[in-house]
Design a protein. Structure first.
Length: 254
């Protein structure tokens, strides 16, 4: 495989900025991340977003995907199913810096994968699409969610582009999440893929070659190590002494 020239290697999206402007408490400005101005720089091909539900990870991913021309419900530029998105107001206040500008790739959303699978079935007359099945054909609905997810990741994603993943671990067992890490590494080493991912999985956020951004409920945005994340700390404490957690969780339920 020919190695891309260094000047054209990922990351292609170098930075983005958001300026809130006039005060608004309506969604999406009610999301903590968008309650203040912020700037982000992407220095590595793989960027991982972590934080509590509602902090703004998915909203930002959708804004980036829309800027790339992808469908808000997932897919690429060919998978268009509707017009404006609820995220458009924050997108209007964002500025992006690219070198070079890339609009190919894919937006994966675990929550809307069922709708995307329906799109594939409809687009291919109920026969599915070659490569969306681990067996090389057929409908995504004929597989488990985990199998369909991995088929998409391993067989359809690659080549020059921006790949945006919103909670890809949703249907993956721990061992399949480790398989997904190898897929990320392969994509990264190609030099042609920029990956931006939001996850709650300690396995995925441990990816050692990426940069990790913590989205705080205060709206603050920080770059951290995966062992400094609250997810990692909580899982570690739980696995060390699950009985203690159970006792505290269920003490009022007796």
């Amino acid at each position: 495989m020919k190695t891309p020239a260094r000047s054209s290697r990922a990351p292609f999206l170098k930075s983005l900025s958001f300026r809130k402007g006039e005060e608004s408490d309506d969604y999406p400005f009610s999301v903590p991340l968008f309650s203040r101005d912020f700037d982000m720089q992407f220095l590595k091909p793989v960027s991982i977003f972590v934080g509590e539900n509602g902090a703004g990870k998915s909203t930002l991913l959708e804004a980036i995907a829309l800027h790339c021309g992808f469908n808000a419900e997932g897919g690429n530029r060919d998978h268009q199913t509707h017009g404006r998105s609820d995220v458009d107001p924050v997108l209007d206040r964002m500025r992006f810096s690219w070198l070079p500008r890339v609009t190919t790739g894919f937006f994966f959303r675990a929550e809307s994968f069922f709708a995307f699978a329906n799109y594939i079935d409809d687009a291919y007359g109920g026969r599915g699409a070659d490569g969306y099945s681990l067996s090389g054909g057929g409908s995504p609905h004929q597989q488990s969610h985990g199998e369909a997810f991995l088929a998409l990741f391993s067989k359809r994603l690659g080549g020059r582009g921006v790949y945006i993943f919103d909670e890809p671990e949703a249907a993956l067992s721990p061992s399949r999440q480790m398989t997904f890490l190898t897929i990320l590494r392969r994509m990264e080493l190609s030099g042609q893929c920029q990956i931006i991912m939001a996850t709650h999985s300690p396995i995925l956020m441990s990816y050692p070659f990426g940069e990790l951004f913590s989205f705080e409920n205060t709206g603050e945005l920080r770059e951290i190590s995966f062992k400094a994340s609250e997810h990692w700390k909580l899982y570690g404490r739980f696995l060390a002494n699950p009985e203690k957690f159970h006792e505290a969780l269920f003490e009022d339920e007796a």
